[in-house]
Ligand binder design. Structure first.
Ligand code: GUN
Length: 297
């Protein structure tokens, strides 16, 4: 048996098309142009690449992109003032402050200052609470939302109900919101982490295994239940023998393919879904702010 490869790159392209269609309809029917503001503090090279890609894809979807680059030595008060200005700007429907922030800035304070209804990252405690309680109006973090869309596509309507899902990793950005989303789909959810006893045995019980730990190729083939669906959130750069580098996930993909029923590759799996979901969240936020029905995307 060899696993189906879940083509996140293609799925994300389709999602961006649907988002673009929704944006065109908002313009045509309501005279609205969704706007996304991205704030980058400092010059972290990886963050610069993300921010550039976000801006490019925002414009390609027909939305307005507002980009703000602040120097690495920016103080917290200056960044908070920027966030408050964006909260008050009616052309801005979504606000994303790129993480990580420099040491002199308390990221929690900054995330708490973002208007929850413009918080397209879904990191504000109000959105965390809305997601946890199933309240309307939650904006959901983009990476776990992308994983969920891939899983829903594979399992079909109601198909996730009753499945055993194991999420490895308990971060606020991926592990915890992923667990909430799977619970909402009526999965039986286990959140495993670095202190979990007999992690391989816990993983082997999973019909759906989500690896989000940031450790290259940690999940081994014999941790996977035959036929399971494996979602690999890891993006780790490792050295190659020829001196170059390559990207690998948190799963030993090559070996896992012989056991799993389906698996997301790295790159080209979960990665491209994140920005596509950011665009989707921005359209959702725009519709809610204007009392317009949310399009299916
Ligand atoms: N840095 C890496 N990923 C993310 C993300 O999804 N959102 C923000 N704001 N910063 C990030």
């Amino acid at each position: 048996m060899t696993a189906d490869i879940i083509d996140g790159k293609a799925f994300a392209a389709g999602l961006r098309e649907r988002v673009g269609g929704a944006v065109a309809a908002l313009k045509r029917d309501h005279g609205l142009a969704p706007g996304l503001a991205v704030v980058l503090v400092g010059e972290d090279p990886a963050s610069q690449v993300y921010v550039r890609n976000k801006a490019k894809q925002t414009v390609e979807a027909g939305m307005q992109s507002f980009e703000f680059r602040l120097p690495a030595e920016t103080d917290e008060a200056t960044l908070l003032a920027k966030v408050h200005a964006l909260n008050a700007d009616p052309a801005v429907h979504g606000i994303l402050v790129q993480l990580p922030l420099p040491d002199q800035i308390d990221a929690d304070q900054v995330l708490a200052a973002i208007d929850p209804d413009k918080d397209v990252d879904g990191f504000h405690v109000v959105n965390v609470g809305r997601l946890a309680t199933g309240s309307p109006g939650a904006l959901v973090p983009c990476t776990p939302l992308g994983c969920l869309l891939l899983l829903r596509d594979r399992f079909g309507p109601g198909g996730l109900s009753g499945k055993n899902a194991v999420v490895v990793g308990r971060s606020n950005i991926v592990g915890k919101p992923m667990a909430q989303l799977l619970l909402q789909e009526s999965c039986t959810v286990t959140v495993a982490h670095s202190r979990t006893q007999d992690l391989p045995a816990v993983c082997r019980a999973a019909d759906i295994l989500v690896a989000a730990v940031g450790r290259p190729q940690m999940v081994q083939a014999d941790w996977i239940k035959p036929g399971a669906t494996v979602i690999d959130v890891g993006i780790n750069r490792i050295a190659k023998e020829d001196g170059g580098t390559r990207l690998v996930g948190d799963v030993d993909t090559q070996a896992a393919k012989a056991v799993a029923g389906a698996i997301t590759p790295v790159p080209g799996g979960v990665g491209p879904m994140t920005i596509a979901c950011l665009l989707r969240n921005t359209v959702t936020a725009c519709c809610r702010q204007h009392g317009v029905p949310e399009p299916a995307m």
